[in-house]
Structure formats: structure tokens, C-alpha cells
Design a protein around this ligand. Structure first.
Ligand SMILES: [Mg+2]
Length: 435
């Protein structure tokens, strides 16, 4: 008897993080970190579930949840093996829905909803195969990986044959790199000290702590007030010394001229990169800023809504660092396309994380990239924020400033049942206690 999908449960989960100003930046001043959460159930005897979610920052999480719910018909009643054996085909079905596609196309709430479904399917597949997702993906043949990617709109920058060539070139060292990951992990950097709403004392204390934990890079939020930014940067530099990289993140705050002026004032303090200087899908503005502030490096990508926008950022030589996000695009498959594009253009990927569960998910993509795509750790690291990990069954583990390679089967996406209940919005206990 082949198993069928029998359950498609969506949940609105929110954490009242705005109380402490955790996650506060120049644009997002009071986020309540949230997840529009999906549980896929089957009638298989193994009892395994697929978990996936979209990260949001509070209001609108209900809208995101409704968008996920709109996709239930693509899953319920389907044969589990048939779906999981052809996740490239499933991705195309979801993205090319003849009516829902109007709500993007391939951007925003509906596209992210597809990401939750696709990621939950990958979680289930990895659990069924008894492997962490990074290892499952890193064990696929180049042909199987290329088959997961939709190359429509990409071939002017990357063809399936070129992707195959890249993946074949990285094949020989796979086992060695996989073993290295299990021994040393994947480098991380931390944003924990740098939230805009934190006092100088808290910044100083957390910056010291980051260095003590083995991180060699921290990140500060900037963009609200340039004099204040410079003061905080100087303070952080005096605490961590010259050997630690300090990146800054403006969270989309500036126009082109403002960005250039601000970056010129920050440049003497040696920022490792300047992140999201302006509107996240303004390719030409990023390109203009980058040309004018070079050699200061420009980073973006956490709000890049699709592989097509990433392609343009790369073609326009608008960025030095690509910061893909695990729940901004349509799931694992689209992020594989993005990793392949970055490898083709030789741009390092330093994934965005933090939020709820973004560290848990994105570590798998970065590790897969190292094993099977770019094959290098040069100038690469994954953002880390020490926040909300306790709600996950298989939380990230940081050892000496590096992400330890996950070993539990799945995508590390599953939250504890009691967290899902307690932080359920609006009826969970946590929200009854909140003012
Ligand atoms: Mg950022």
C-alpha cells in the first residue's frame, strides 16, 4: 500500500520579541518574530511529518498562513512517494498554478507560501531517507540536482549544461568536504550585539561575548542616524580590536546619494561589507552605489524575491556578497538555482539568518553548497543570532564560532509541539500574558 498525504495543518505562531527590541533595525523597529507554519501528515506507518514555515515579523502572519492554506489541494490525497521522488516537478506545478500565479508572479506572499510547502516536503523526504537535508542534497548526482531547478528565465546567465559542468567539477572533493564539515562545522558570524535598539552597555557586553565565543565577524545595524552609527561602530571596534571583521546593515534605509554619503563616512572604520543599502530589488541603485563606494563591499539578497532578481544583481555586478534567505523564495529548489548562479558568477554566498528558525534551515543550504556546488568556504559564513533556538527539536549548535553540521534526519525545521501551542496567535498562553 502506498502512502498518501492526509494532513495539511497551518498555524500562526508569534513570539512577542518586540518587548525587548531584539531584532530592531532602522526599518523594522519593533518586530514580533513569527512563523506561518505548516505540518504535512501522511498515513504511512512511519508516522513521520514534514514541517515547513515562512518567517514574518508579526502582523501579516495570518495573511501568509492563508496563502499556504491555498496550496493544500496540491498535497492532500497525493501519493507520498510520487511527490517526494519528483520535487522538481512539484515545484513547477506549484509555481505555475494558472490562477494563483497572478498574485506574484514569483514574488511575495504567494511565492513564499510555495516555499513553506516545498521546504516541508524536503523535510519529510530527508526524514524518510534518514539523513539531514544537507547530506541528502550533497549525495544527489549532478543530473538529479539540475533536474530540481527550473531554468526558465535563467539561461541568458546559466544553462542546464553549465550547471552540470559546475556540479561535475565539484564532484571529486565531495566526501572530503563532507567529512571536514562534520569535523569543523561551517563558519558563522553574529548579529546578536548589533540591534539598533540596544544600549551601548549591551552592545559592548555582547560584542565581547561574541569574540569569546569564537566568532571572527560581528554585524551592526546602521541607518537611523549616521553620527550615532559612527559612534557605535567606533565603540564596537574598540571592544573587539582590529582582528575581528565588523559588517554593517542599513536594512534598505537609504537612497543612492544618502547611501554613498553614509558609506563614505563609515569607510575609514573598515566595514567588512555594507548590507541592504537601499531598496532590495533596485538592481541599478545597488550597482550605482557599488561603483561609487568601491572597494567597500556591497551585500544584499535576504529580500531578493526570486532567482530572476538574483540573476540581475549578478549580471549587473551590483553586489560583492549574496545573502540568500531560506524562506524568502520558493523553497529549497529555488535556492539551489540561486547557489548555482552565485557559483557561476564567483560571488560568495553568506546566507541571511536569525528570525525564527532561519539559522536552522539555511545551514543545510550553505553546507550543501560547500559539499556539492561552490566547493569552497572562502569569504563565506552564515549569519547567526542567538535567539529562539530552544523552540526547535534539532536546534543549531555553535561550536567555536562555527555551525556544527546537523546529524538528525530532516531539515531542522520542526518546532516543539508545546511551543506551537504556547505561542499560537492570538489564543496561546504567551499572548494572554502579553500586555
Ligand atoms: Mg540584513
Amino acid at each position: 500500500m502506498s502512502a498518501k498525504f492526509t494532513g495539511f495543518r497551518t498555524l500562526d505562531v508569534r513570539f512577542p520579541t518586540s518587548k525587548e527590541l531584539d531584532g530592531s533595525d532602522a526599518m523594522n523597529v519593533d518586530p514580533d518574530y513569527s512563523a506561518a507554519y505548516l505540518v504535512l501528515e501522511t498515513d504511512a506507518a512511519d508516522g513521520l511529518e514534514g514541517h515547513g514555515f515562512v518567517f514574518t515579523i508579526g502582523r501579516g502572519n495570518d495573511v501568509q498562513r492563508a496563502a499556504i492554506e491555498a496550496l493544500s489541494g496540491y498535497v492532500l490525497g497525493r501519493d507520498v512517494d510520487a511527490v517526494l521522488d519528483d520535487l522538481g516537478g512539484m515545484w513547477r506545478e506549484l509555481v505555475y498554478d494558472a490562477q494563483l500565479r497572478w498574485l506574484g508572479p514569483e514574488k511575495g506572499v504567494m511565492h513564499m507560501a510555495i516555499g513553506a510547502v516545498v521546504n516541508a516536503l524536503w523535510d519529510l523526504r530527508a526524514k524518510r531517507e534518514g539523513m539531514p537535508l544537507w547530506q541528502l542534497l550533497g549525495g544527489l548526482s549532478p543530473e538529479q540536482i539540475v533536474d530540481l531547478v527550473d531554468f526558465r528565465y535563467l539561461t541568458d546567465a546559466l544553462t542546464p549544461d553549465e550547471a552540470l559542468e559546475l556540479l561535475r567539477a565539484a564532484e571529486p572533493g565531495r566526501a572530503q568536504r563532507s567529512a571536514a564539515l562534520q569535523e569543523h562545522g561551517y563558519p558563522g558570524y553574529t548579529t546578536s550585539p548589533g540591534w539598533l535598539g540596544y544600549s551601548d552597555e549591551k552592545l559592548e557586553h555582547l560584542a565581547k561575548e561574541a569574540v569569546a565565543q569564537g566568532f571572527t565577524q560581528i554585524k551592526l545595524k546602521v541607518g537611523a542616524d549616521i553620527d550615532d552609527d559612527i559612534r557605535r561602530f567606533a565603540l564596537a571596534r574598540s571592544v573587539v580590536g582590529d582582528g575581528i571583521r565588523i559588517a554593517v546593515d542599513a536594512n534598505q534605509r537609504w537612497d543612492v546619494r544618502e547611501a554613498v554619503d553614509a558609506i563614505e563616512r563609515l569607510a575609514p572604520f573598515d566595514p567588512w561589507w555594507v548590507e541592504e543599502p537601499t531598496a532590495p530589488d533596485d538592481v541599478l541603485a545597488h550597482s550605482a552605489i557599488r561603483r561609487r563606494v568601491s572597494p567597500v563591499r556591497i551585500a544584499t539578497g535576504e529580500h531578493a524575491h526570486s532567482r530572476v532578481l538574483v540573476k540581475q544583481l549578478l549580471q549587473a555586478e551590483a553586489i560583492d556578497v549574496l545573502q540568500l534567505d531560506s524562506t524568502r523564495v520558493a523553497g529549497v529548489n529555488e535556492n539551489i538555482a540561486i547557489l548555482l548562479l552565485a557559483a557561476k558568477f564567483g560571488i560568495p554566498v553568506c546566507p541571511h539568518a536569525g528570525g525564527v528558525g532561519l539559522c536552522e534551515l539555511v545551514q543545510h543550504l550553505a553546507m550543501f553548497d560547500y559539499v556539492a556546488v561552490s566547493g569552497t568556504l572562502a569569504d563565506r559564513n552564515i549569519e547567526y543570532v542567538d535567539h529562539l533556538h530552544e523552540h526547535f527539536l534539532d536546534p543549531v549548535r555553535i561550536v567555536d564560532g562555527a555551525y556544527a553540521a546537523p546529524s538528525a534526519p530532516g531539515f531542522s525545521a520542526q518546532m516543539h509541539a508545546k511551543s506551537l501551542t504556547r505561542y499560537g496567535f492570538p489564543d496561546g498562553e504567551a499572548w494572554k500574558e502579553a500586555p
